[in-house]
Design a protein around this ligand. Sequence first.
Ligand code: AMP
Ligand code: MG
Length: 179
Amino acid sequence: MKYIIVDLEATCWENKDQKKINEVIEIGAVCINENKEIESEFNEFIKPVVNPELSKFCTELTSITQKNVDAAETFDKVIERFKSWININENFVLCSWGFYDQRQFIADCNLHKTDAAWLKKHISLKHQYAEIKKLNRPIGMAGALKMEKLYLEGTHHRGIDDAKNIAKIFLKNFKEWKI
Ligand code: AMP
Ligand code: MG
């Protein structure tokens, strides 16, 4: 079994009333094997197609720049590389902090008319973490790092750094997750 710890960043706006669709602009992921080793990393920016201009709010939140996404390829191209990197024919599970990342992935697969069935193999570490630690409700990644006495390394809201930080929580509780 391979554990794919994944975190997405997407286009966003300060005023959520703006009914603009959110598109993935970064996939950050690490692949962990049964021996608790990080085997490899995946990190790519994605050029959004419906709203190609990043808002100031989005760049400030994620630190992802207009240049980053302008130089990137669109979702349909990058998702094929991501699936090859995982090797979806092998035994794997996608793990993210909450269900947001799975939902956003499915939305972009639908937008680009590409298969989304492989995204079913997914668990929310955020919800399982709350159960394992007997918390009243799911908590954010930063809160969970604090609970584990782990540092938030890198830049919060950058997909690859979020994925690496989530991976530390994952590894510290390796035996507890229900796959
Ligand atoms: P995260 O993994 O927490 O960095 O969040 C993933 C994505 O969710 C971001 O790239 C944004 O598109 C969206 N998001 C996160 N926090 C906010 C926020 N406070 N306001 C609007 N969108 C947000
Ligand atoms: Mg993130």
